[in-house]
Design a protein around this ligand. Structure first.
Ligand code: F6R
Length: 604
C-alpha cells in the first residue's frame, strides 16, 4: 500500500537518497511513485506511473539537497497515473499522504468556492489545498496550520509536509495510518515503515495518533494535537540484512516458504518447548466461553483453522468473520467473549477498526501479529508475536503458517485450562509440535512434484479446491494463494456442497485439488471425489501418510508425513503454497509483487 519517505539532514544526493528509501517500500505494493525536494530554494517534483525504475530514469541523481519527501502510491481515489501520483503541491504547500480523507468532497466544494482548482482526482490534493488555504487565510504558524487541518478532516492520514516559507523544516502528522521518525545526529527521516530508513539510522520514535512533528537537521520536536510537546518511546531499528535479501532464491516468496521450518522451530524453542515456558507466555483464557476471530484474507483463513480447532478440541464456541464485515455488523459478545485479531502487519485498517470496536465495547482483545511495534500490538489487551521476521513477498506464507501455529498453541492452552489435558500431556503435545519443523522441510523437499503439478495446471482458466472441515479452511488459503499470484481464477468449496450447484462447472479435465487429511471425514471426501471424477475431473490429492491408499482415481498425489492431527494444517498448506508459486512462475507473473495488491492494507 502507499509508502511515505521524508528526509532532512546534511546535504546529500537527495534524489538518490529518496529513491533508495522508496525502493525499500516497493514490496508493500504500489502503482506510481514520486519525489519532491528543495534545490536552489525551489521545490522540484518528479513523478511517474509504474515502477520506481521508471521514475529513476527521469532523474539525473546528481542534485544535492537537504530536504525532500517521496511516495509510492497505491491508487484509491483516482486512476494510477502520473498526474494522481504524489507528491502534490498547492500554493505554498507540498505533501505526501497515506490514508483516505473521508470528507474530501465536502472540503473540495468549499475550496472551489474560494477559488481553488484541482488537477487530480485524489483526496490527497484536497488535503494539500486545505493546508494551503488555512495558511493563506490565517496568521497561524505552520504547526498551528497542521493542527487546524486535523480539526477539519475526517478519515485516516499520515502526512509529510514542506511549507514554502520554511524550506529547512520537514513537518508531519498522523492519524490511523502508520508513521515513524528515524533519527541520527545529522539526519532525520519520516517513514511509513521502519524498513525504509537509511542504513545509518539506528533509532526511531513511533508516533501516536494525533501527533504533529517538526523536524530540522538537528532536532526532532513532537507535539500532541494541542501542540503540547510530548516525548515518545525510543526504539532501536532491528532490520536483519538477511531478511531483505533473497539469499540466492529466485523470489522472496520461495525464500519465505523455505524459512517456514526455521521460523516455526525458533518460535517453539523460544517460548513453547515445554509446559513451563508455554504457560508463562500464554495469557489466561479460562474466563472466555466464546471466541470471535477476526482478520482479512489469509489472516482470516488462519482464523478458520483456529475455529475448527477451538470447537473440535477445546469445546469453545468460535465465530470467524472478515474484518471489513465485522466492523460494521451487529456483534453479539459479552464479558466472556475474547476477540482474537489476526494480522501479519498489525496495520490492516479494517482489523484495527474491529480491535477498537471491541475495546470500546469493553471486550477483551488478543492480537496474533508479526510486527511487535504495530498499532494492533500496541492497542490490544494481549499480544502474541509470531516472530516470523520480515515478510517481503506480498502473498503471505510463513506468517500465515505461524498464525496457524499460534492458534494451535492457544487451543492447547484452553485444553489445559479446561482440564481436557494434563500438564504431562501438554508436554507431550509440545514435544510432538517440536518435531513438526523437520516435517515441514520434508514436505518442501517434494519440490519437483509441485513443479510437475504446476506444469499440469498452469494453462487452465479455472481451478477448483475442495476439502471438508479443517481441510476446507486450508483449501480456502490454497485457492487464494493461487489466484493472487498467478491470476488464474480459482474457487474453494466444501466437498459436500459441490452438488448443490458448482458441480455444473466440472467437465472433462477440470483440475480439482483435494485436501484430505481428516480421518473422520475420509470416506465422505472420497465420495465427493468420486462424484466429480465421474464428471471427468482431473484430481490432485493432498493427503497424509495415515490416510494414504492406492487411490486409482487421482492423477497426482502428495503424501504428508505422519503427525498428530492437531498439527496437520501446518503441513497441508505447504504444498498448496508451492503449487501456487510454481504455477505463477510458469505463467511468468511478478510473483513477489502481484498486480493490484499491497502488502499492508492500511486503508479501508
Ligand atoms: C494474502 C495476504 C492477504 C493478507 C491480508 C491481511 O496472501 O497476504 O490476504 O493476509 O491483507 O493482512 P494482515 O495480515 O497484515 O492484516
Amino acid at each position: 500500500m502507499c509508502g511515505i519517505v521524508g528526509y532532512i539532514g546534511k546535504k546529500t544526493n537527495i534524489q538518490k537518497v529518496l529513491i533508495e528509501s522508496l525502493k525499500k517500500l516497493e514490496y508493500r505494493g504500489y502503482d506510481s511513485a514520486g519525489i519532491a525536494y528543495v534545490n536552489n530554494n525551489k521545490i522540484n517534483i518528479i513523478k511517474e506511473k509504474g515502477k520506481i525504475e521508471k521514475l529513476e530514469k527521469k532523474i539525473d541523481c546528481g542534485v544535492m539537497g537537504k530536504i525532500g519527501i517521496a511516495h509510492t502510491r497505491w491508487a484509491t481515489h483516482g486512476k494510477a497515473n502520473e498526474n494522481n501520483a504524489h507528491p502534490h503541491r498547492t500554493g505554498m504547500v507540498t505533501i505526501v499522504h497515506n490514508g483516505i480523507i473521508e470528507n474530501y468532497l465536502e472540503i473540495k466544494r468549499y475550496l472551489e468556492k474560494k477559488g481553488y482548482h484541482f488537477k487530480t482526482e485524489t483526496d490527497s490534493e484536497i488535503a494539500c489545498a486545505l493546508l494551503d488555504y488555512i495558511k493563506a487565510t490565517t496568521k497561524m504558524s505552520n504547526l498551528e496550520v497542521i493542527k487546524e487541518f486535523t480539526n477539519n478532516v475526517t478519515g485516516s492520514y499520515a502526512l509529510g509536509i514542506i511549507f514554502d516559507d520554511d524550506l529547512d523544516t520537514l513537518y508531519a502528522t498522523r492519524k490511523d495510518s502508520p508513521l515513524l521518525i528515524g533519527y541520527s545526529e545529522n539526519v532525520k527521516m519520516i517513514v511509513s515503515d521502519v524498513s525504509a530508513l537509511n542504513s545509518g539510522i539506528k533509532n526511531y520514535y513511533l508516533l501516536e495518533n494525533g501527533d504533529i512533528v517538526k523536524l530540522t537537521e538537528k532536532r526532532v520536536s513532537i507535539y500532541d494535537n494541542d501542540l503540547h510537546p510530548v516525548s515518545r518511546k525510543k526504539l532501536n531499528v532491528k532490520v536483519d540484512g538477511n531478511e531483505v535479501d533473497k539469499n540466492g532464491f529466485e523470489h522472496f516468496m520461495l525464500k519465505e516458504i523455505h524459512e517456514e521450518s526455521v521460523v516455526l522451530e525458533s518460535l517453539l524453542r523460544k517460548y513453547f518447548s515445554n509446559s513451563k515456558t508455554f504457560l508463562k507466555k500464554m495469557p489466561k483464557l479460562s474466563k472466555y466461553s466464546r471466541i470471535h476471530i477476526v482478520g482479512c484474507g489469509s489472516a482470516m483463513h488462519a482464523g478458520l483453522v483456529g475455529k475448527h480447532l477451538f470447537e473440535e478440541y477445546a469445546n469453545v464456541e468460535t465465530d470467524v468473520e472478515v474484518a471489513s464485515e465485522y466492523r460494521y455488523k451487529k456483534v453479539f459478545y459479552d464479558a466472556k467473549t475474547l476477540v482474537i485479531l489476526v494480522s501479519q502487519s498489525g496495520e490492516t485498517a479494517d482489523t484495527i477498526a474491529c480491535l477498537r470496536k471491541a475495546k470500546e465495547d469493553g471486550i477483551d482483545t488478543l492480537v496474533i501479529v508479526n510486527v511487535p511495534t504495530s498499532t494492533m500490538a500496541r492497542e490490544a489487551d494481549f499480544v502474541l508475536n509470531i516472530e516470523a521476521g520480515t515478510e517481503v513477498a506480498v502473498a503471505t506464507t510463513k506468517a500465515y503458517l505461524l498464525q496457524v501455529a499460534m492458534l494451535i498453541l492457544i487451543n492447547l492452552k484452553m485444553m489445559v485450562e479446561r482440564e481436557m489435558i494434563s500438564i504431562d500431556e501438554l508436554d507431550k503435545y509440545l514435544q510432538l509440535f517440536g518435531e513438526v519443523p523437520k516435517k515441514i522441510s520434508e514436505v518442501i523437499d517434494l519440490d519437483k512434484e509441485y513443479f510437475e503439478i504446476a506444469k499440469n495446471i498452469y494453462h487452465e482458466d479455472n481451478i477448483f479446491y475442495i476439502g471438508r472441515g479443517i481441510d476446507y479452511a486450508i483449501s480456502m488459503e490454497g485457492s487464494l494463494k493461487l489466484k493472487e499470484i498467478s491470476y488464474i481464477h480459482s474457487e474453494s468449496y466444501k466437498g459436500g456442497e459441490l452438488k448443490h450447484g458448482t458441480i455444473s462447472l466440472i467437465e472433462k479435465n477440470t483440475k480439482v485439488i483435494v485436501v484430505m487429511t481428516d480421518c473422520d471425514l475420509k470416506s465422505k471426501t472420497i465420495s465427493n471425489i468420486k462424484e466429480i471424477k465421474a464428471r471427468g475431473a482431473d484430481i490432485i490429492l493432498i493427503t497424509t501418510k495415515q490416510l494414504d491408499d492406492d487411490y486409482d482415481f487421482v492423477s497426482k498425489k502428495i503424501v504428508l508425513p505422519k503427525t498428530n492431527s492437531l498439527f496437520t494444517p501446518i503441513l497441508s498448506i505447504v504444498p498448496l503454497q508451492l503449487i501456487a508459486y510454481y504455477v505463477a512462475k510458469l505463467c511468468g507473473c511478478d510473483i513477489d509483487k502481484p498486480r493490484n495488491l499491497a502488502k499492508s492494507v492500511t486503508v479501508e
